[in-house]
Design a protein around this ligand. Structure first.
Ligand SMILES: [Zn+2]
Ligand SMILES: [Zn+2]
Ligand SMILES: [Zn+2]
Ligand SMILES: [Zn+2]
Length: 371
């Protein structure tokens, strides 16, 4: 049925989108902060690659629906339609950006503290004797499993860190130095001599086979450790604590990565201290099946963006089990001004939610995040 968009409907959509873009369970560092983290999904299919739009007006991120629409699983991406329609006029919405989702285990602790005007506030626990909240015996919580979405340049930086810094050391012995003996074609194992092993390569002997693949695969390394010989393996993002620090904000943000302890991830002490946070164990985020990383329905997107739904009108065929609430509504927004969602970049003050099942870590396989 046609009708005016209700105010609370807009609110709901904005909240929904913010929730989906990770207001709650996002890994977050503010300017000047650092944390030692584990990337618990590396080696289990991460990074999860998807596309999203940024809406400058509401501060919301919208997961792009274009690919799903091409497969007939979505009415169409309203954000893409808006981006195309408005290009050149306003920078409100751009084409979707490809991004990379990682599951982060963030062991930092925090307290909820009652503050005068604002109610409960998130306060970081210093995790030592100096914490005034611990000293008052206040309950503390743990950030736990968070998702972190990285754009192209940051994931590249992380990968270079893995290759050039982390991976110089052997994961099998203590501190052995890794050297690369040679490179092989990942398909036919023919020896290769790539100029830059991190670039895509083309194998002469099985070129046909490689052509069938949508993307050329990377050269496979044969490495050796100065201490333990051919058993040697690079330390990867999957088998070390990584110190991440951030300075600056927005476009001026710089990230830094440093190697922490190299050891298999053992969540047991955290589970013991925070049993409620980790009822299902410590598991990577199941990005592929997680509603937060699914696009909103076209109607919800339109509501959020405060535009007519270009794919709306008649109710959509209920094809499958997709039972999102207001999918079928023909939403015509009024000119009501909506409260701009406050900038997502600031307080990330929600407790971690429990995650879904998925195999846990963690044999020290040498997965590269780009495999
Ligand atoms: Zn889109
Ligand atoms: Zn504390
Ligand atoms: Zn070694
Ligand atoms: Zn080959």
């Amino acid at each position: 049925m046609a009708g005016s968009l209700q105010w609370d409907e807009v609110e709901k959509s904005v909240k929904e989108s913010k929730r989906r873009s990770g207001g709650a369970n996002r890994f977050y560092l503010s300017d000047g902060e650092s944390a030692e983290i584990r990337l618990i999904g590396v080696g289990h299919g991460e990074p999860h690659i998807y596309k999203r739009h940024y809406d400058a007006k509401t501060g919301a991120y919208l997961v792009c629906a274009e690919d799903k629409a091409k497969e007939g699983e979505h009415e169409g991406c309203v954000a893409c339609a808006v981006a195309k329609g408005l290009r050149g006029k306003t920078a409100r919405l751009k084409s979707p950006q490809r991004v990379y989702g990682l599951s982060v285990f963030d062991p930092r602790k925090y307290h909820y503290v009652e503050k005068k005007p604002k109610g409960e506030q998130y306060q970081t626990c210093t995790d030592d004797e100096s914490c005034r909240y611990c000293n008052r015996d206040m309950e503390r919580k743990i950030n736990g499993v968070r998702h972190w979405t990285l754009a192209d340049n940051l994931i590249m930086q992380l990968r270079m860190f893995e290759h050039d810094t982390l991976g110089k050391k052997c994961a099998k012995c203590d501190n052995g130095k890794i050297k690369v003996l040679r490179y092989q074609c990942p398909v036919c194992e023919e020896e290769l001599e790539p100029d830059d092993p991190t670039e895509d390569v083309r194998c002469i002997s099985c070129e046909k086979e490689l052509k069938k693949k949508p993307v050329l695969r990377r050269a496979k390394e044969i490495v050796s450790c100065r201490n333990c010989g051919p058993k040697g393996r690079r330390v990867t993002l999957a088998n070390a604590w990584i110190e991440v620090s951030r300075s600056g904000q927005r476009a001026q943000t710089t990230w830094n990565f440093n190697v922490g302890d190299v050891e298999p991830f053992n969540p047991d002490p955290f589970i013991k201290e925070f049993p409620d946070a980790f009822k299902g164990g410590v598991e990577p985020i199941d990005f592929a099946n997680h509603p937060d990383f699914e696009p909103l329905s076209a109607a919800q997107m339109a509501a959020l963006l405060d535009v007519d739904n270009p794919f709306g009108g008649k109710s959509r065929k209920k094809s499958d089990d997709d039972d999102d609430e207001d999918d079928d509504e023909d939403i015509k927004p009024r000119g009501k001004k909506k409260r701009a969602a406050d900038d997502d970049d600031d307080d990330d003050d929600d407790p971690p939610a429990k995650k879904k099942k998925k195999p846990a870590d963690d044999d020290d396989d040498d997965d590269n995040i780009f495999d």
